[in-house]
Ligand binder design. Structure first.
Ligand code: HEM
Length: 268
């Protein structure tokens, strides 16, 4: 089961509605995803009535949705929540990006943003129906998931060439990762990575013909990969994926694979 985490300021109104609606639709469509929700500054909701906004409760009732999370109190976001979720969506970029920078620095570019106003910018009818449209689109997007071995057929040799070229263009400039790579054979390293990914995602098996079994953890053992190095590597790959601008379902599978494999490479 994969997870999407919705974030707003107080975890009282917008993100709660997104969570509840997403879970209901996911259940109904048998989507292997579930949502959670968190707040960036839950202290701002102290003193408000109840544990969830009356507007959210009303919108839920109107749509005949049910969910246990209606009874839980707003919950502050944690770094563990961010690490655990497969997708993280903050409800309003203009409001939440600055809060991400202030409270979870480094994460601001690793999450997605919608543009749904709080009560000061839009009525609950408008804001909550915007959330509903976004959530329905998201469920539809996630329902059209591709499997790993279909990816080569979709983006082809060209797609992998672009992705890996954009990743390797960043390597020499990275103070942590740059020095680990062979300066005189970056072209060779780029090709090994490209062939590996092509094989891994359903394309020709050149990598194994040339290099044998991937055994990636063993091959990375000579390099000191701590969490910092892992994050630099994954950050560069995230940027390469942003630049490549693959279809959303392809992007999602590749991003998750890269992040998970990078975590698996940590050896210090
Ligand atoms: C987590 C941080 C990582 C660091 C610091 C790192 C670093 C390196 C370095 C220095 C090399 C040697 C370059 C060469 O001469 O080929 C290498 C090779 C390679 N890396 Fe990584 N890597 C990381 C993660 C990953 C991940 C996540 C993948 C897969 C998605 C990957 C796939 C490969 C492959 C396929 C090779 C070539 C292996 C071979 O055939 O020799 N690496 N990596």
């Amino acid at each position: 089961m994969q997870s999407v985490l919705f974030i707003c300021t107080g975890n009282y109104y917008r993100s709660r509605f997104a969570e509840i609606l997403f879970n209901r639709l996911a259940e109904k469509t048998k989507l292997e995803w579930r949502a959670g929700s968190r707040g960036l500054a839950t202290e701002m909701c102290r003193g408000l009535p109840g544990v969830i906004s009356p507007f959210t409760v009303e919108a839920i009732a109107k749509r005949e949705l049910t969910c246990e999370s209606v009874t839980r109190a707003p919950t502050q976001l944690s770094v563990e929540d961010l690490n655990r979720a497969h997708r993280v969506i903050a409800l309003k970029q203009a409001e939440h990006r600055p809060l991400m920078i202030a409270r979870y620095p480094g994460w601001e570019d690793r999450i997605e943003y919608w543009h749904v106003h709080d009560l000061d910018g839009a009525s609950p009818e408008v804001a909550l129906s915007e959330i509903e449209t976004n959530v329905r689109d998201l469920v539809e997007e996630l329902s059209s998931d591709v499997s790993e071995d279909q990816i080569y057929a979709i983006i082809g040799e060209e797609g992998f060439r672009r992705l890996v070229a954009s990743f390797y263009a960043q390597i020499p400039h990275d103070p942590v990762i740059g020095p680990m790579y062979p300066k005189d054979d970056l072209v060779g390293a780029e090709q090994r990575m490209r062939d590996f990914l092509i094989q891994r995602f359903g394309g020709p098996t050149r990598y194994s013909q040339e290099r044998g079994h991937p055994r990636l953890r063993m091959r990375h053992a000579p390099f000191a990969i701590d969490v910092n190095a892992r994050n630099s590597w994954a950050g560069m790959m995230d940027r390469a994926l942003d630049e490549a601008a693959f279809p959303a379902n392809v992007d999602q599978v590749l991003r998750k694979f890269m992040r998970d494999t990078a975590t698996f490479m940590v050896n210090r």
